[in-house]
Design a protein around this ligand. Structure first.
Ligand code: PMT
Length: 392
């Protein structure tokens, strides 16, 4: 129940505006207090009286109100959540660029509340580079998205751009207002392990820890109790318990000591380590024909094998298409696998951005655009929260 939670429903101009009336009804039935802001073009598609009848007060339609000198700041401060549904390409562009030329864009600019956007537009507009850029900016700024879906659009066209259904938007709103955390604990692994050859050399990889740390930070923001097992010395917010490790064996030992409800394994763990570690620096003059390697423990497999084990999210660092990762998701038995192609520009090791695909346990693949690692973490947590809600 959204017991008396304060939701501003911002309706912009699209044929899908009629569906927002159903959403308003469902929000009211769920116990939320709802105020509606409508753009001028929204009123071309649905009458303000419809919303007034559903929520019990007239919608706000103007930047300058007769009774209220500043409706946008009032709405911005009152809201615990703002839902923009349907959100047109123009509304998204204004928000991404910080414009405040009408009631809705000014409210978005003035608010500190979370904002949930339900885009609706023709496929060509959704796929336009400018719209993609604007969406990426908003995701990086912490805006949340639901939809759009694929289906029938205005004028009989079919494609991606159909607004999410009212129940989907309601469920996304619930995930924001009723966090799933409820005292649950999370283990996150981050960084690349280093497997010593001798006291000065190691076998390692290029992981910086940025992806794993972003996931730990977002988990903590959502109220989870986070333990971060990391090889990285990136700064970490207070409230996150950090266990610093270097090798795969140390990471395994640290993970063995934790009993989390959720485990997100973003670390790049060496699959092999030198069978012996020389106690002194190997000398070039003495020569070295080969280094014998042995397998490291599979940390992910050990978590999946636990009785009553955690919800487990793995990562797959691949250098090719998503197919191998789909197979990996099946083999590893994880609840969710995050695929990234580490050869793609702006994606994978060391970058501030990543382009991932989420692979569900049934093999369903959801491709995401290139976005900041913090935005990837937000998207990932939306999916983990949904798993938590369905299981716990
Ligand atoms: O740290 P950044 O610079 O931000 O880069 C992020 C990243 C590219 C490292 C990250 O997004 C990523 O892809 N991490 C997983 C890298 C990896 O080891 O992939 P893998 O396909 O080899 O392993 C699959 C899964 O098994 C991973 O969840 C890994 O943590 C886990 N694993 C692997 C080997 C092992 N011995 N034990 C494990 O638990």
């Amino acid at each position: 129940m959204l017991d008396r939670r304060r939701v501003v429903l911002a309706v912009t101009g699209g044929i899908a505006a009629y569906k927002t009336a159903f959403l308003a009804r469902r929000l009211v039935e769920s116990g939320a207090q709802v105020r509606v802001a409508m753009s001028k073009s929204a009123a071309e598609f649905i009458g303000p009286q419809t919303f007034a009848a559903i929520i019990g007060e007239p919608p706000y339609q103007d930047l300058f109100g007769a009774d209220d000198v500043s409706p946008h700041t009032m709405l911005a401060r009152w809201a615990e959540l703002i839902i923009v549904a349907p959100a047109t390409a123009a509304t998204i562009a204004r928000a991404a660029n910080g414009l405040s030329e009408d009631l809705i864009s000014a409210t978005l600019l003035a608010t500190e509340a979370p904002v949930l956007i339900a885009p609706a537009m023709h496929t060509e507009m959704w796929e336009n580079k400018a719209t993609k850029r604007n969406i990426d900016i908003l995701r990086s700024d912490g805006y949340r998205f639901v939809g759009p879906n694929e289906g029938e659009l205005a004028g009989g066209d079919v494609g991606v751009g159909r607004v999410a259904e009212p129940e989907e938007i309601l469920s996304a709103a619930r995930a924001i207002l009723e966090p799933s955390a409820r005292g649950l604990s999370v283990l996150v692994t981050a960084g690349g392990t280093r497997e010593p050859v001798d006291p000065v050399r190691y076998l390692g990889n290029r992981s910086s820890g940025k992806m794993g740390h972003a996931i730990a930070e977002e988990g903590a923001r959502r109220g989870y109790e986070v333990t971060l097992v990391t090889t990285s010395d990136l700064p970490v917010s207070g409230g996150i318990k950090v266990l610093s490790v270097e090798t795969a064996d140390e990471m395994k030992a640290a993970v063995d000591g934790v009993e989390p409800h959720i485990a997100v394994l973003a670390a790049a763990v060496a699959d092999f380590k030198p069978a012996d570690r020389a106690s002194e620096k190997l000398a070039r003059s003495e020569g070295l024909e080969s280094i014998e390697l042995v397998k490291t423990p599979d940390i992910l497999a050990s978590l999946v094998a636990r009785d009553d084990g955690p919800i487990t999210v793995g990562f797959a660092a691949e250098t090719g298409g998503v197919d191998r990762a789909v197979e990996k998701a099946r083999q590893k038995g994880v609840d969710l696998l995050v695929y990234n192609n580490v050869l793609e520009e702006g994606s994978g090791f060391g970058t501030d951005t990543n382009r991932v695909s989420f692979i569900a346990s049934d093999g369903d693949v959801e491709e995401m655009p290139l976005m900041s690692k913090s935005a990837v973490a937000i998207e990932l947590w939306d999916r983990i929260d949904a798993l938590v809600d369905s299981r716990m």
